[in-house]
Design a binder for this molecule. Structure first.
Ligand code: PBG
Length: 326
């Protein structure tokens, strides 16, 4: 055997050596925990397709948020399930809406936790689309002022960051304008820039009762085969004032995360979505995979691809059970 100058195994021999040259780390600082808030009192209802994830009523959401803050996770992202839906989705910007009350209660109960709100109409419209309909089609420009109103109402309630997820063209611009015009020029926008029309959102739509009543979201969410289009969306959102750009889902789109990372100098978020979570939970419940190992590897992969921030339903459990590095 001739002498090998490079032997990769030398530096893999002990955990200490491996730790020294580890290229990617996931810590709690990188995570955002999603939460569902529903009407009622004393509600803590597990979502059947998302074991370990609950719909909370406002006061319970505040307690849960405070637990998440104590775990050292920097942020939550809130999704509202209103008691009443209509054609316009008007509960989305109601001063006394579910999200507005949840934000107030959480801000009261926590000190440092960043409260991010998802800005979209799909949970609030009777037809389940992310914008208003005209002749059965989602009307982009008629939806924009409604999104701006919703975002502004979240910020008035105390939201630290708003995250538009509707995929209407121009939404970042109108939201930026609405916030700047009302003295909220320092509130950041985390844009769901490259959001794909994905089958991985199934469990979320069960959780939020937000599946479209007819048709699908392919006329506004992105076509999964496209990656260059993601770069265009990211560029446009940055031009309109996005502070963080997002790729969603995460695991089936690691190449997109990687290309977005290389193509811009803004912080990049990735959303490890409901269906990705449910697949892991279902297999783990059957003993088919080691949940701790799989979760750590998935989150590491998303970070290695280039995400600075990971929105993941695994966040609280992974931190609580010590699955991540400190
Ligand atoms: C829209 C929204 C969705 C998700 C986040 N924001 C659903 C959709 O576009 O149908 C999905 C998140 C997930 O699957 O975890 N308000």
């Amino acid at each position: 055997m001739t002498a090998l100058l490079y032997r990769g195994r030398r530096m893999r021999r002990t955990e200490t050596l491996r730790r020294m040259i580890r290229e990617t780390r996931v810590t709690k600082n990188d995570l955002v925990m999603p939460m569902f808030v529903a009407e009622g009192k004393g509600v803590r209802e597990e979502i059947p397709s998302m074991p370990g994830i609950y719909r909370f009523s406002v006061e319970n959401a505040a307690d849960e948020a405070s637990r998440i803050e104590e775990l050292g996770i920097p942020a939550v992202i809130l999704f509202g399930i209103p008691g009443r839906k209509d054609e316009q989705g008007s509960e989305a910007w109601s001063e006394k809406g579910i999200i507005q009350r949840a934000v107030e209660a959480i801000k009261k109960k926590t000190e440092r936790l960043a409260v991010i709100t998802d800005v979209c109409l799909c949970e609030y419209t009777s037809h389940g689309h992310c914008g208003v309909l005209r002749d059965g089609e989602v009307d982009n420009d008629a939806t924009l002022p409604l999104l701006a109103k919703a975002a502004l109402s979240h910020v008035r309630a105390g939201a630290d960051v708003v995250a538009p997820s509707d995929m209407m063209d121009g939404r970042v611009m109108v939201i930026r304008q609405a916030l700047d015009d009302t003295g909220f020029g320092d509130v950041p926008i985390m844009a769901y820039s490259a959001k794909y029309a994905s089958a991985f959102y199934g469990p979320f739509r069960d959780a939020a009762f937000s599946a479209p009543q007819s048709g699908d979201r392919r006329s506004y969410q992105m076509d999964p085969p496209n990656a260059l289009e993601a770069l265009r969306e990211v560029n446009v959102d940055i031009g309109e004032g996005a502070d963080i750009v997002m790729v969603k889902p995460a695991l089936a789109y690691l190449d997109v995360i990687s290309r977005v990372r290389a193509s811009c100098i803004m912080p990049v978020a990735a959303y490890n979505v409901s269906g990705e979570y449910s697949l892991v939970k279902a297999a783990a419940a059957r003993g088919w995979v080691d949940e701790r190992g799989v979760v750590k590897e998935i989150l590491t992969a998303v970070r290695r691809a280039g995400a600075d921030v990971i929105i993941t339903y695994h966040a609280a459990e992974a931190v609580e059970k010590g699955w991540l590095e400190d």
